[in-house]
Design a binder for this molecule. Structure first.
Ligand SMILES: Cc1cc2nc3c(=O)[nH]c(=O)nc-3n(C[C@H](O)[C@H](O)[C@H](O)COP(=O)(O)O)c2cc1C
Length: 184
């Protein structure tokens, strides 16, 4: 188990995985983390589709032309769905559940990456979510937010470089910084 500071520093996107499969205990821990996420009004508007079948992973990897190919090589994909009828904060709730699963994976020394589906298009400009919906038999009230790919890391990622922290995005007290050289 890592301390929280090293967990968030070491969680980097992994897009290359070994062939090794995850154990049922690892998969359970990842899913548990998603189910434990906070949600607006405790609505829990998420549903997770767990995919390990190689053929389906290959099809999911084709959901959009850029940024999805890594799914083909992962051991496990979790398709994160949000029920738009259950909560107007489904994007936020499902995103938090997704990052909880990614952080749990890092704690298990497993790699993961987020593949954005919501608002993304296929090569022919059709909706990437509709493609995933038809592949996995997803009902209309559920939107596809993203697909998370998990697996044993087959790449070495550097921890987050703290010299790149964008402190200029922090605003103290109010947004506006006192104007340099402004007349008093
Ligand atoms: C909302 C969101 C959408 C993302 N979509 C994709 C994606 O479609 N494909 C991909 O390869 N990575 C995707 N990523 C991963 C980002 O590219 C990655 O987090 C970012 O470059 C920072 O790198 P790091 O995760 O290694 O720190 C996404 C991340 C987030 C949070």
């Amino acid at each position: 188990m890592k301390d929280f500071e090293s967990l968030i520093k070491n969680r980097r996107s992994t897009r290359k995985f070994t062939q090794q499969l995850l154990s049922p205990e690892q998969v359970e821990k990842i899913l548990k983390a998603g189910l434990m996420a906070p949600a607006s009004k405790r609505k829990n508007p998420w549903q997770f589709v767990v995919v390990e079948d190689k053929e389906m992973l290959h099809k999911l990897a084709e959901c959009k032309p850029h940024g999805a190919a890594f799914l083909e090589g992962c051991a496990l994909a979790v398709v994160v769905l949000g029920n738009i009828m259950e909560s107007d904060a489904w994007v936020e709730d499902c995103s938090i559940a997704a990052i909880f699963m990614q952080l749990q994976a890092e704690d298990l020394n497993l790699g993961s990456c987020w593949c954005q589906v919501r608002g993304r298009q296929r090569e022919d400009e059709s909706d990437a979510g509709d493609y995933v919906r038809s592949l996995l038999d997803i009902p209309y009230q559920l939107e596809v937010l993203c697909i998370l790919g998990f697996g044993y890391k087959d790449q070495v990622n550097k921890p987050f470089d703290e010299s790149r922290l964008q402190w200029e995005k922090i605003h103290l007290g109010t947004y506006r910084m006192p104007q340099e050289g402004a007349a008093e």
